[in-house]
Design a protein. Structure first.
Ligand code: ADP
Length: 225
């Protein structure tokens, strides 16, 4: 049973600089969903893979075998490949990729614990990890889902809510500096007027997450970043 208000996020935690070997890294926790992201780059690429005009952004989304109650098969499945691509698209316009032609920036995402909302937590962690790597960015990208469960429009569905019979889940990523939605997806059927409420609720959630992300960066770097 939901103990939060309808427009309340789960308990959110963000931490930057958690993996020493990476150029940049971050952890993002949304309730029982925990994701880590590690960034390597910009680094060189074999010539045939280079883009003359900009850096290539590669994203690898993966779930740990122990992240869900039933063991997750370790090799990337169709869902992992699709999520890697939508996360890449959600992030790419926030980075000055043209500053590093012919190179690659790799973003590795590992879902440590999954309780719905992993693609959004992944975007939040990855955006922080890119900033931590010192990669020139236009700004941060923040993401959260809103939707419907048990007849109510709610923010940030957990797995139990996502499994409700009437569930609708609409993850949204928002790139604040350009006021642009960079990811929007939807599972389930909903009336247009309710969809508008869902989108507005998710956008309010993104603003709250943005504040938490900025706080995590300030905690590591002080006010200058
Ligand atoms: P998201 O995690 O972005 O909400 P989905 O809607 O595809 O993406 O997945 C919802 C939730 O279902 C996941 O967060 C996770 O809790 C669970 N889930 C996804 N894939 C698996 C899997 N292979 N095994 C068990 N649970 C899974």
């Amino acid at each position: 049973m939901r103990e939060r208000k309808k427009d309340e996020l789960r308990e959110v935690e963000a931490k930057v600089g958690i993996i020493r070997n990476a150029d940049g890294s971050a952890m993002f926790r949304d309730g029982n969903t925990v994701v880590i992201a590690a960034v390597y780059g910009p680094r060189s690429l074999p010539k045939f893979m280079q883009d003359e005009k900009k850096a290539r952004l590669r994203v690898y989304y993966n779930m740990a075998t122990f992240s869900v109650p039933e063991r997750k098969r370790p090799e990337p499945g169709r869902r992992d490949i699709e999520l890697s691509e939508v996360i890449r698209r959600a992030l790419e316009s926030s980075i000055f990729l043209e500053k590093f032609p012919k190179t690659v920036i790799d973003v590795f995402i590992l879902v440590v614990q999954a309780d719905a909302g992993t693609r959004c937590a992944a975007i939040n962690a990855a955006s922080l990890a890119l900033a931590d790597a010192g990669i020139p960015m236009k700004g941060l990208v923040s993401a959260v889902a809103a939707g419907r469960a048990n007849g109510e429009i709610i923010l940030d569905l957990d797995k139990e809510e996502e499994d409700a019979e009437d569930a609708v889940d609409c993850p949204i990523a928002f790139f604040h500096n350009e006021k642009k939605i960079t990811l929007i997806q939807m599972d389930g059927k909903i009336k247009l007027e309710d969809l508008k409420k869902v989108i507005n609720l998710a956008l309010k959630g993104c603003s709250k997450i943005y504040e938490i992300q900025k706080k995590a960066l300030k905690e590591r770097y002080g006010e200058e970043k």
